[in-house]
Design a protein. Structure first.
Length: 123
């Protein structure tokens, strides 16, 4: 029996979609952002960069919202997760030959990290 890695990716997307539906129903935004990020990673592995970008951007939007209301260590942790997702978003843009967006995404992640270090507050 031959191993079909594409089928494994399809199963991963299916399971992540189920988890996403559950997390959205429960209103667990932090988990929703993680699942969106994971779906993006699967699509990126498949070379489906447009879909990866879509999921990464949605994950960032949720994490940014959560970060703005968080305090202390939780705020720092959300920033780290946002920056991490910006980095893989940048890679997806680059792989999709969207070089202007890749540059903008990369610069935004660095700016946010630097601003947080300098002031402890980033918008």
């Amino acid at each position: 029996m031959a191993y079909n890695s594409r089928g494994q990716y399809d199963k991963a997307i299916e399971y992540y979609q189920q988890a996403l539906t559950i997390d959205r129903k429960l209103g667990t935004e932090g988990k929703t952002a993680i699942v969106l990020n994971n779906i993006g990673s699967v699509y990126q592995s498949l070379g489906q960069y447009d879909k990866a970008i879509e999921h990464y951007k949605e994950s960032i939007k949720i994490r940014e919202k959560l970060r703005l209301t968080a305090k202390g260590d939780a705020r720092r942790d959300y920033l780290a997760s946002v920056i991490s997702t910006y980095e893989i978003l940048t890679e997806a843009y680059f792989n999709n030959q969207q070089y202007d967006q890749a540059l903008a995404s990369g610069e935004l992640s660095r700016t946010k990290g630097l601003a947080e270090q300098m002031t402890g507050d980033v918008k």
